[in-house]
Write a protein that binds this ligand. Structure first.
Ligand SMILES: [Zn+2]
Length: 169
């Protein structure tokens, strides 16, 4: 059988993707967002098509990521205009190129998110899961490549919630 490892861009990064292994780790039992029925997982399912640019949706889908099933998702901030959430997906493969993900500061190594859009704010960083202490799916087929973490931070404006989440209409 032919091994499929197409090179697929995610924003400014390029990923040699193991499609089959990526599909196998989607919606894995045990990851923080698995089967989660919290308010923000619910909101995300209803708003992601509006908040993620079509190009990025297409890239993530081509990599084999299921947009409805993040590894982890939580709200970390809100104000009168809306809330900010972190959404994490995983793929399997190898990062071939892209912006540097880490910066040394007085506080230690800092993760550098790349801004995709200013309004509403959307940023992302793609880096090896081995450089993170946060939770990830289990990759059984380690010959397929390494776990790659696709880590997004974005704003959900209140008006986007109101016009897309059925229970808030
Ligand atoms: Zn949740």
């Amino acid at each position: 059988m032919k091994k499929q490892r197409p090179t697929i861009p995610i924003a400014e990064w390029k990923l040699a993707t193991h499609l089959e292994a990526t599909r196998e780790i989607q919606n894995q039992k045990g990851v923080p967002a698995y089967g989660c029925d919290c308010e923000w997982c619910f909101n995300w399912k209803h708003c992601l098509k509006v908040l993620l640019p079509e190009e990025l949706q297409g890239q993530l889908t081509r990599v084999g990521v299921e947009l409805d099933h993040p590894t982890d998702l939580y709200k970390y901030e809100s104000d009168e205009n809306g809330s900010s959430i972190r959404v994490v997906y995983h793929a399997v493969g190898k990062i071939l190129e892209g912006p540097n993900q880490w910066k040394s500061t007085d506080m230690g190594e800092m993760l550098m998110y790349s801004t995709i859009r200013e309004q509403p704010y959307l940023s992302l960083v793609v880096f090896p899961q081995s450089q993170s202490h946060d939770e990830a799916p289990v990759l059984k087929n380690t010959s397929a490549g390494e776990l790659v973490r696709i880590d997004l931070r974005l704003a959900i404006p209140n008006e986007v919630l109101k016009s897309n989440v059925p229970s808030l209409a």
